[in-house]
Design a protein around this ligand. Structure first.
Ligand code: E4P
Length: 216
């Protein structure tokens, strides 16, 4: 399973990239606004911090506008992945861009039929929003299950990028279902490392080591 971090905070990205476990980054207009940085400038900086795909989202709603913005964004770096919304114009743009060899992440997916359309449009990644789906009384993980089944039925190459992840159990369940990628906020990724018994075990080992009077 690939791990992407969902943020435009370059300090967090650099810190997680240093673990060697980070495969990419996703951003969206809300995360760019939260960073307080210039969109193109911060995206350029992020692209230099990781080798993998960096999703940068268009804000136009029409195909021509999306293509114009994608042209600007894809010039930033070779690892830019253009993020488009799951709309008719978004999928039209996806088909055109992937046909030209550009990576595309289709975002704001809330149904398996939408995911089927994105795969047919040649999307590189499809982003089902689990947390927001849960918030609205649906089961986000059921959506991932249905998508996995459909994509496997037809051997679609589109990668399922589980998004809007809120906690480690989301990550665990997505991994069990077989999502190709998950993107989570930095805090959730950091939580994955933690276990109370790991901390307790280290504490015990260090206490016993101190008793030996040895050093390395
Ligand atoms: C994914 O690409 C999105 O940026 C993200 O996961 C949205 O998550 P949220 O529902 O926590 O805003």
């Amino acid at each position: 399973m690939k791990f992407f971090v969902d943020t435009a905070d370059t300090a967090d990205i650099a810190d997680l990239a240093a673990t060697g476990l980070l495969d990419g980054v996703t951003t969206n207009p809300s995360l760019i606004a939260k960073s307080g940085r210039d969109f193109l400038e911060v995206t350029r900086e992020i692209c230099a911090l990781v080798d993998g795909p960096v999703s940068a989202e268009v804000v136009a709603l029409d195909h021509e506008g999306m293509m114009r913005e994608a042209e600007i964004l894809r010039k930033i770096a070779s690892n830019v992945c253009i993020k488009v919304p799951l709309t008719v114009d978004g999928l039209k743009t996806c088909k055109k861009l992937t046909g030209d060899g550009t990576m595309v992440n289709v975002t704001l997916c809330f149904s398996a039929n939408q995911a089927l359309l994105a795969a047919k449009a040649g999307a590189t990644f499809i982003s089902p929003f689990i947390g927001r789906h849960d918030d609205n009384g649906f089961d986000g993980l059921d959506l991932i299950r249905d998508m996995r089944l459909i994509y496997d039925n037809y051997a679609f190459g589109t990668e399922i990028l589980a998004a809007s992840i809120r906690h480690p159990v989301h990550v665990l369940e997505c991994a069990k279902i077989g999502a190709d990628v998950m993107t989570a906020p930095p805090a959730v990724i950091r939580q994955l490392f933690k276990h109370v018994l790991t901390d307790k075990g280290i504490e015990g080992f260090l206490a016993d080591w101190a008793k030996t009077g040895q050093s390395l």
